[in-house]
Design a protein around this ligand. Structure first.
Ligand code: GDP
Length: 295
């Protein structure tokens, strides 16, 4: 919460300053508000959508007092972030299979460790799968997380076929006592096409081996990357199909606002937010709290 405040500063302070001393909400004020929103990572289309909602209330005489503009904007953002989606429910299948995707460095492996820890706390036995066979360090890092939180890790050697690793993992999950399978994937971006093909193949192997799976495809996005997060979200949604988002590094940034255009444009729910590097630093996403933090 305290960390999220950082995100709030710029946008909220600017809206505060905008309404200071104003008596009425007029077109000029709304235009200035539009300018503030567009230049604060919210993007053109989400800004237009939010402004339309606020303006509509003004037109209907339901909103007159500039002092209430901030609050009005905040609820519009909260509604936008509340993307309709099935609830997060790892008990919905056994094993519940989660495919985790995202480009290198966004915090994928860390998120998997934190998520597995959370699941253990909720009474689920997780199995981690080292599907980024492209980088030896990625395998080692996942093994370390497994040791740290006390979860088994399925791995093969560096360079192995990731879909073979996924196949093995699902086989292991059914013979062992596992509730949730969390699969890591590669995130190298210099060979974008190959990467997408590789993830699609992993996806197909999972579907074939276990009809109904994967039950969730989580895309991890780094909040500090601003508009890059939006283009990554588009790419992964269009090619591998994403069902939910994790927004990381919200502890050290003023740019969490990019999640607004991502949710607006792609209509994907945010499942969790990352607020640090420690094992307990993964939180469920609360649209109301997040809206209060950024606006
Ligand atoms: P991957 O390449 O996507 O698997 O990324 P990693 O999990 O290796 O994370 C990259 C870096 O970001 C590491 O130094 C992590 O400790 C750090 N990191 C991950 N999530 C967070 C977060 O929520 N907050 C902060 N401050 N750092 C994070």
């Amino acid at each position: 919460r305290e960390r999220l405040q950082k995100t709030r500063e710029r946008l909220a302070d600017r809206v505060d300053r905008l309404v200071l001393g104003k008596k009425h909400i007029d077109d000029e004020l709304l235009e200035e508000l539009e300018e503030i929103l567009i230049t604060s990572d919210l993007g053109v289309s989400a800004t237009r959508f939010l402004l339309e909602q606020v303006s509509e209330r003004v037109r209907r005489n339901e909103l007159k007092d500039p002092a209430r503009l901030q609050e009005e904007l905040r609820s519009a953002v909260a509604r936008l972030l509340q993307v309709p989606a099935p609830p997060w429910d790892p008990a919905a299948a056994r094993p519940f299979v989660i495919l985790v995707v995202g480009v290198n460095g966004v915090g994928k492996t860390t998120t998997i460790g934190k998520l597995a820890h959370r699941l253990k706390g909720d009474g689920f036995q997780p199995l981690l799968v080292a599907g980024d066979t492209f980088r030896a360090a990625a395998i080692e890092q996942l093994v370390l997380w497994g040791e740290r939180i006390g979860a088994p890790v399925v791995r093969q050697k560096h360079g192995a076929d990731p879909s073979a690793v996924a196949f093995d993992a699902l086989e292991a999950a059914t013979s062992r006592d596992v509730d949730v399978v969390i699969l890591d994937t590669a995130g190298r971006m210099h060979t974008k096409v190959n990467l997408m093909e590789e993830i699609k193949k992993v996806h197909r192997v999972i579907q074939k081996k276990m009809p109904g799976a994967p039950h969730e495809i989580l895309l991890v996005l780094d909040a500090t990357t601003g508009q890059n997060a939006l283009s990554q979200a588009r790419l992964f949604k269009d090619t591998v199909g994403v069902t939910g988002l994790v927004l990381t590094k919200l502890d050290g940034t003023a740019k969490g606002g990019v999640i607004v255009p991502v949710c607006h444009e792609l209509q994907l729910p945010v499942r969790f937010i990352g607020v640090g590097e420690k094992v307990e630093d993964l939180r469920p996403f609360d649209p109301g709290e997040f809206a209060r933090a950024i606006v």
